[in-house]
Design a protein around this ligand. Sequence first.
Ligand code: NCD
Length: 343
Amino acid sequence: MRHLLSTADLDRDSAVTILDVAEQMSVTQQREIKKLPTLRGRTVVNLFFEDSTRTRISFEAAAKRLSADVINFSARGSSVSKGESLKDTALTLEAMGADAVVVRHPASGAPHRLAVSGWTRGCVVNAGDGTHEHPTQALLDAFTLRRHLVGEPGTDLAGLRVVLVGDVLHSRVARSGVRLLNTLGAHVTLVAPPTLLPVGVGTWPCATSYDLDAALQGEHGRVDAVMMLRVQRERMNAAYFPSAREYSRRYGLDARRLGMLPERAVVMHPGPMNRGLEISAQAADCPRSTIVEQVSNGVSVRMAVLYLLLSGERSAPPDRAPTPGLTVSAGRTARDLTAGGAR
Ligand code: NCD
């Protein structure tokens, strides 16, 4: 695989490989010197057409810790605000020799367009496109779940039960998450008001419910994790619920609902949070919350993705492109990193 555009690109084994390599990466991140020489001389461009804090910083840290050269490009303050198209921006980046392009864009499908266009020779990594997909977020969530609830590298998430709550309609985290968790053997229940569930959700590989209390109490089986989604007001052009108060009463995670969870269950949120709306401060900051840890796990997971995509051969023009990939490089990666990191 040359690009990471969607969690649909990942089968069980390639997803487990990424999680395993991320585990190795995270070991190197405990060392005093965190930098590995692995991607020296390669160029990673972060192309962000939409606001981001965590994801952009995380990709930047990941690329730098692998010794890649990093170019950060944000649409604000660039010629995009003068009307330059994705194509012209991509051609400019190509002229700079990008080996990987990490792209976030408000339009669903933009990273796919970039990958198939031939405008760049680099690997394309989707860092969130519209309401479509956010595969590295799904991977870091799976990584966090495996660490807490399964423990063993090499394993998937078989049998875990995850309740995903909130604004599913606008959430690329939910789309990517449901698919990846399913690929890894977990059972997902989506909980949201009917207005915030997308048309066609019945075909997704998960259960759905409108009743958070029932889901937390184990309507579909004992809950291992509850993942809260941000209410995405910036994507709402209509009223999807009567009031913020009503929303948090019915779909917010608060102290009372925390008390319904089994003891070992974890509380997750991709950030940024609307404290007091979908999650109370008490729930966000409770000992079983993995929210801060998700951010640091994001760096290890993105290191793994960049490494696996870029560590194959040097990029060649699209018609002669090698097909290095997540599976092909995996064995070498794990050995190199355990052997002390340097290549
Ligand atoms: C998510 C995103 O941008 O899709 N955040 C993130 O990447 N950390 C979720 C969100 O914005 O609510």
